[in-house]
Design a protein around this ligand. Structure first.
Ligand SMILES: Cc1cc2nc3c(=O)[nH]c(=O)nc-3n(C[C@H](O)[C@H](O)[C@H](O)COP(=O)(O)OP(=O)(O)OC[C@H]3O[C@@H](n4cnc5c(N)ncnc54)[C@H](O)[C@@H]3O)c2cc1C
Length: 413
């Protein structure tokens, strides 16, 4: 079999490469960035994604760098607790939920692939400019734009992210990502453990301000850990999606000035941030087709989604698993890509749509609406626990990580 050509060496592309290598299918990854910089901030890997990453042997390494997130906690903007639930291993899953810096996740995947397949199989500075349905890909050198030799492979996997070149080629009228009306500021603050140091906290609502907070590194010698945060505010203004755009505190701290809770002083926490980045919450409408001859789409190139249910990386990882299995099952590349699409296109479209309408965060919106944005005397008088459980369970079902869907871990875990 000719090599599989993977365009884009981010989270999805590298996971696929690792999985293909494990199945004895040779591949090469072409990454546009001329060098790897530790860009981005925190990312979450839910148990369905961790099950797949465990199977490629990186679970322990990730667990050592990140945090085994053990509970979700939802608060209103007055700091009152609405709902708590266990997550990952603490909820009885066979795999943990891991919250980690995206750069650490990327480095672990890259190191594992290079150790297994060799450094020459991951090429930096190769910017894809187009591909043919027969499996030929054209490249330019990032930086000076010099033409690089075209490559011909068994098939071409477009794992080139939200601004995918190959998606644009297949869908010339696709346009820019669609703005949700909510702008986001993300950052990292080194802080003492909040609510036990392994909680994913959601607080407020984006008509005023909503903040999501979760730690992404173990507690260090000074008693602090890296804590990721995301502020979401409804606003008509936004700039083009760019992972490196700096955010300004004065643009988003206003609505949270008086959020001095007994579990966290939010304005102080934000003021101490080491890094703050700004970008809009965007996605794209689900596509009617992903596979064209020997070309297919994977991850954000196929289905960019709002980062509301912590599923962007996870769904790319599930795509990789399905595609690796399909490529291993038949020598006919076009059939394999069609089978992969049948497994994953509608499944991911449901996640894109659910992230727009009823992600777990909708709990906050519901309480905001029912209380008229006022403090409550008792949460039970506002919403029942059964209703809250139903909201998060429904999301787990759509995203594919209900406990019953995943099954038990291997005995050696
Ligand atoms: C620099 C960066 C920082 C990020 N930070 C965060 C974060 O903090 N939190 C979060 O939740 N998500 C973050 N993401 C997005 C997250 O990685 C994805 O949503 C998710 O993991 C799906 O992975 P993916 O492989 O589809 O896309 P990505 O992980 O985005 O990978 C796409 C890769 O394709 C490369 N590429 C793009 N165009 C071309 C081309 N023409 N030729 C070759 N290669 C190309 C990109 O450089 C990138 O490495 C970040 C993405 C990037 C690129």
């Amino acid at each position: 079999m000719e090599e599989v050509l993977v365009v884009g060496g981010g989270i999805g592309g590298l996971t696929l490469a690792l999985m293909l290598h494990r199945r004895g299918i040779s591949c090469r990854v072409f990454e546009a960035a001329p060098e790897l910089k530790p860009l981005g901030v925190g990312i979450n890997l839910l148990p369905h994604a961790m099950k797949e990453l465990d199977a490629v042997g990186v679970q322990e390494h990730l667990a050592g760098l990140g945090v085994l997130t053990s509970e979700a906690a939802f608060f209103n903007r007055f700091g009152q607790l609405i709902y708590e639930e266990k997550l990952g291993r603490a909820a009885g899953y066979g795999w943990p939920q891991i919250s980690i810096h995206r750069a650490d996740l990327h480095r672990v995947l890259l190191d594992a692939f290079v150790a297994a397949a060799g450094a020459e199989r991951y090429r930096l500075g190769w910017q894809c400019v187009g591909a043919e349905p027969d499996g030929t890909v054209r490249f330019r050198r990032a930086g000076d734009g010099a033409e690089l030799p075209a490559q011909k492979g068994h098939c071409v996997i477009a794992a080139d992210g939200i601004h995918s070149t190959l998606r644009k080629q297949l869908y010339p009228d696709d346009g820019e990502p669609i703005y949700s009306g909510v702008n986001m500021w993300r950052g990292v603050t080194r802080w003492q453990p909040i609510l036990g140091g392994a909680a994913m906290i959601r607080c407020g609502w984006f008509t005023h301000a909503k903040i999501v907070i979760y730690p992404i590194s173990p507690v260090e010698g000074d008693g602090r850990q890296k804590v990721n945060w995301v502020v979401e505010i409804k606003t008509p203004r936004y700039e083009r999606w760019n992972w490196a755009r700096p955010g300004r505190l004065e643009d988003f701290i206003g609505p949270m000035q008086d959020w001095h809770f007994d579990w966290l002083d939010v304005p102080e926490f934000l003021r101490q941030a080491e890094i703050a980045l700004e970008y809009p919450m965007v996605d794209k409408d689900p596509l009617p087709r992903w596979s064209f001859g020997r070309i297919t789409l994977l991850g954000d190139a196929a289905h960019p989604m709002y980062p509301r249910g912590s599923n962007g990386a996870g769904q790319a990882i599930l795509d990789a698993r399905a595609l690796a299995d399909c490529l291993a099952a038949t020598a006919d590349p076009e059939a394999a890509l069609r089978d992969y699409e049948a497994l994953r296109r509608e499944a991911t479209a449901k996640v894109v749509r659910t992230n727009r309408t009823t992600p777990p965060d909708v709990i906050l919106g519901e309480v905001h609406k029912r209380t008229g944005d006022k403090p409550f005397a008792s949460i039970d008088a506002v919403i029942s626990r059964a209703e809250l459980v139903a909201i998060t369970d429904a999301y787990k079902r759509v995203a594919g990580y209900e406990k019953a869907q995943l099954g038990p871990a291997k005995p050696d875990g």
